[in-house]
Design a protein around this ligand. Structure first.
Ligand SMILES: *Cc1c(COP(=O)(O)O)cnc(C)c1O
Length: 232
């Protein structure tokens, strides 16, 4: 089987799972975006997924992503997301390739990204990363810090708050975490009308996420296979 055939088969399977989960939840397929997480995989794989119709790609390391995006500049209509932990000193470099940063979890990071977006001359779409169980050591802010952080993002003028993202913690059932994230986002919408995205669900738990209101599933392994090196 060629890599193209392999990815086509994987994508068909993922699409079928998403379709079934939407059906079960009484939701439209169009309400859920498929974000392909291409970290550790070569630009040639992104190009294959692009030919198969995908347009949204995510990476978790600035350097790797910047190189890949540069190689793929000829693909029109691609949107790159940064989903990994980000140091403030990488903000300038990240906004050179990222259309959206899904992992904003501190006021200081938001400020650095706002400054970088301002100098590139184009506002940056962001999601708040929330740690539902309050263990912020793996990224994400505590639920209680969401209003302050959302305020800082909106006030900056150079960031557009699009919603929130979470990675299901190991300490609780994914469904419970996804439900909590959906309620964080619905709380945000009153003060921040652009904050509608609920980014939840990965290869192993996308059904749970879709049944609890996810509008974006971030899928790596189920599309591309097992990563040889696990990214932190
Ligand atoms: C790697 C990664 C994913 C994809 O995980 P899979 O289990 O391979 O689908 C999703 N979200 C984030 C933040 C990631 O780092």
């Amino acid at each position: 089987m060629s890599r193209e055939e392999e990815l086509a088969a994987n994508l068909a399977e993922v699409e079928e799972r998403i379709a079934q989960a939407c059906l079960a939840a009484g939701r439209e397929r169009s309400e859920v975006m498929l974000l392909a997480v291409t970290k550790t995989w070569p630009a040639s794989d992104v190009e294959i997924l692009y030919r198969l119709g995908l347009r949204h790609f995510a990476e978790n390391r600035d350097q790797e992503a910047g190189a890949k995006a540069a190689q793929l500049r000829h693909l029109e209509g691609v949107r790159w997301h940064m989903v990994g932990r980000l140091q403030r000193n990488k903000a300038k470099s990240v906004v050179e390739w990222a259309d959206q940063v899904d992992s904003v979890d501190s006021v200081r990071l938001a400020e650095a990204l706002a400054k970088a977006a301002h100098s590139r001359g184009r506002a940056l779409d962001v999601l708040l990363q929330v740690s539902i169980d309050g263990d912020t050591s793996r990224g994400g802010c505590a639920v209680g810090d969401v209003p302050e952080l959302a305020g800082a993002i909106t006030r900056s003028g150079d960031l557009i708050l699009r919603g929130a993202m979470t990675v299901a913690p190991l300490t609780m059932k994914p469904a419970q975490a996804f439900e909590a994230l959906a309620s964080v986002v619905s709380g945000l919408r009153d003060d921040h009308p652009t904050a509608t995205a609920v980014s939840a669900g990965m290869s192993n738990d996308l059904e749970d996420a879709i049944s609890h209101g996810s509008t974006c599933v971030r899928v790596g392994t189920a599309l591309l296979g097992s990563r040889r090196l696990t990214s932190p």
